[in-house]
Design a protein around this ligand. Structure first.
Ligand SMILES: *[C@@H]1O[C@H](CO)[C@@H](O)[C@H](O)[C@H]1NC(C)=O
Ligand SMILES: *[C@@H]1O[C@H](CO)[C@@H](O)[C@H](O)[C@H]1NC(C)=O
Ligand SMILES: *[C@@H]1O[C@H](CO)[C@@H](O)[C@H](O)[C@H]1NC(C)=O
Length: 245
């Protein structure tokens, strides 16, 4: 009996230590795996499409769509009034919500022939302009959204429905945040439920990646829309970091 006691002690010590370790392991496990899952989900919710050998190859491919004569003809004729009508509805709603006003200085990013710029002007936002790789005067100036041709803090309002065309989404968003004034509003129309076209450079599966990319802004709202194949409207407001004393 006396000889067995030390062994029993060891066994008890071993068992208590193992249960403690098991307890520690399992009590930490769920939290860690949730964190990992969330991070993984966020990463996989924005995928850059492969196949672009260089920035130039990417630009060439974008130009190929933008310069396609058949598409340009459709954009300027059949699409023209239809698109202006739909864009005007979106912009009037934003005015009602005080996210846009007649005195806003507004930019449309990736505006192609500029129906959204025309819509802004028609609803009374007269100081509106668009940019695209190919200019379309007088509504759209030449400009790459990865390097916006504007000074810091130029605009009160920026709209874009071409986020999926960005090869560098981080740069796309950083340029918006750079050229927006403090308290400026950015409205994006994106496709979450379905894949965009073959000219897209990325695929977005949730708004989470946008929440991370807009690091100098706060989320204003997310809602479902029906905007030419794009199903979700996401609105951010750039933070006003000026210290009030
Ligand atoms: C551009 O489009 C034409 C036909 O529309 C095609 O032949 C050509 O290979 C395309 N170029 C690129 C760089 O995609
Ligand atoms: C904004 O502009 C539109 C169109 O020109 C005009 O009808 C409307 O009255 C203006 N709104 C304000 C608040 O000035
Ligand atoms: C413009 O903004 C960028 C980043 O937002 C900053 O790095 C840069 O210094 C600013 N340029 C000027 C001239 O203020």
């Amino acid at each position: 009996m006396k000889k067995k006691l030390p062994l029993l002690k060891y066994i008890i010590t071993f068992l208590s230590l193992s249960s403690l370790l098991l307890f520690l392991f399992f009590s930490h496990q769920p939290r860690r795996s949730i964190t990992l899952l969330t991070a993984a989900a966020t990463e996989s919710d924005l995928k850059i499409r492969r196949g672009y050998t260089s920035y130039d190859a990417y630009i060439q491919r974008q130009l190929n769509k933008t310069l396609n004569p058949k598409l340009r003809e459709i954009w300027m004729t059949r699409d023209w009034d239809r698109k202006i009508h739909v864009f005007s509805r979106f912009f009037r709603e934003l005015k009602l919500r005080n996210l846009l006003s007649n005195s806003s200085k507004a930019l449309c990013i990736g505006a192609r022939v500029g129906q959204e710029v025309e819509a802004l002007r028609r609803v009374g936002v007269s100081d509106s302009i668009g940019i695209d790789l190919v200019p379309s005067p007088p509504l759209v100036l030449k400009g790459d959204f990865h390097h916006q041709p504007f000074d810091n803090e130029t605009f009160d309002f920026e709209f874009s429905n071409v986020f999926d065309h960005a090869l560098y989404p981080r740069k796309f968003v950083a340029e918006i945040e750079r050229t927006l004034k403090p308290d400026g509003v950015c409205v994006l129309h994106v496709a979450l439920a379905k894949r965009a076209d073959k000219y897209s450079a990325n695929d977005l599966y949730s708004v989470k990646p946008l929440l991370r990319l807009f690091e100098r802004s706060e989320l204003v709202r997310v809602r479902k829309v029906d905007g030419f194949g794009l199903d979700t409207e996401v609105i951010f407001r750039k933070k006003n970091t000026i210290q009030h004393s």
